[in-house]
Design a protein around this ligand. Structure first.
Ligand code: NAP
Ligand code: 8YV
Length: 320
């Protein structure tokens, strides 16, 4: 298929993706300022968008690109893209499932263990020279504990497998039961939280899961409970989480994601019973390379054939 037109790079993109796109396509960069003038001048040239979950592709941007036909998103989560607006125009959208499952499961395990075993505090205890004054307090333990997975999908199942090896008792909540898994099903997030010691959140973001983990869920998890969120900040009611931690209604939290990234509320940063990561679930060289490669493969396939390798589920039918 012969195509002409430009690929719009929506920042931020990884260096690898940014440079690889320029090597194979005519590229344009969406500026952070003077966007309207830029789009008025160049919007008619754009046939494809490359983005990550930190770059919004909303109805306004889509509307300014009359020839746009495909959006390739580096990331499995794609709530940054207005998929309904794309569907209305027959614009295809791809994402990067599967290739990041191991890295995100590894981050989740590290975060859970660091939070439950207070490893970051223990590190500070040594560095600050406090060890000579006495022993670090005893902590809880992950192995053999009850872990609830809110979102037993690709990544959730990988996390469950790793935790099974530590002798954890796994249960989960999805909207639908997963056939053939040996884990107990809970009928709601609150029911799940009430039945476990540690709750791991790994559902997609977006309006359907906004504040799915609310005060009721946090209270059900309770003063000895640990919450780990590697999904999206929007999935947890952040003010309710801060209040529960401050008031001792929740034991501790390990967080990789926040409501307004990269802004992390001062109230959260001031707490001792949290471990805070800067959205690094998939951030290894190997995995980010695989994600960039899959993003480029989707664009190359679309450029040649009009199809996508890994379309988002909403458009699997359109892309085949
Ligand atoms: P997935 O395979 O689609 O799994 C998502 C799971 O969530 C499914 O089992 C789904 O089951 C469940 N779910 C969806 N909506 C739900 C709801 N309203 N209530 C309860 N369960 C619900 O996705 P994945 O590849 O595992 O990725 C999951 C998410 O992790 C991504 O969308 C992204 O937001 C996040 N993520 C974060 C990082 C990071 O760096 N921190 C990296 C990668 C991914 P049902 O459809 O049956 O409900
Ligand atoms: C990255 C993610 O932050 O895949 C996702 O949904 O949240 C992470 O892997 C991001 O997509 C970087 O490109």
């Amino acid at each position: 298929m012969t195509r002409s037109g430009a690929v719009l790079r929506v920042p931020p993109l990884s260096k690898l993706l940014h440079e690889s796109l320029a090597a194979s396509y005519d590229v344009l960069d969406l500026p952070s300022e003077g966007r309207a003038a830029f789009l008025a001048e160049h919007g008619g040239d754009v046939v494809a968008i490359a983005c990550t979950n930190s770059g919004r592709v909303d109805a306004e941007l889509i509307g300014a690109l009359p020839r746009l036909q495909v959006v390739v998103n580096q990331g499995v989560g794609y709530e940054n893209v207005d998929v309904d607006a794309c569907l209305e125009r027959g614009i295809l959208v791809s994402h990067t499932p599967d290739v990041l499952d191991d890295a995100v499961a590894e981050t989740t395990l590290g975060l859970l263990i660091a939070t439950r075993r207070r490893l970051v505090e223990a590190d500070a205890f040594v560095r600050d020279g406090r060890w000579a004054d006495g022993q670090f307090p005893l902590t809880g333990q992950v192995s053999g504990s009850r872990v609830g997975i809110l979102g037993l999908g690709r990544i959730g199942r990988r996390i469950a497998g790793v935790l099974e090896a530590l002798g954890c008792e796994i249960s989960y909540h999805n909207r639908r039961r997963v056939p053939g898994v040996p884990y107990a099903y809970a009928g709601s997030p609150t029911e799940l939280a009430a039945a476990v010691d540690n709750l791991v959140v790994v559902v997609p973001g977006g309006s359907a899961t906004a504040a799915l983990v609310d005060r009721d869920v946090l209270d059900a998890l309770g003063p000895d409970g640990v919450l780990v969120n590697v999904a999206r900040g929007s999935v947890v009611d952040e003010p309710a989480l801060v209040a529960a931690l401050q008031e001792g209604r929740l034991g501790a939290a390990g967080l990789d994601v926040y409501a307004e990234e990269p802004h992390v509320p001062q109230a959260l940063r001031a707490l001792g019973n949290v471990v805070l990561l800067p959205h690094v679930g998939s951030a290894t060289v190997r995995t980010r390379t695989a994600m960039a490669d899959l993003t480029l493969a989707n664009l190359a396939l679309w450029w040649e054939s009009g199809r996508l390798q890994t379309p988002v589920p909403e458009m699997a039918a359109l892309s085949s």
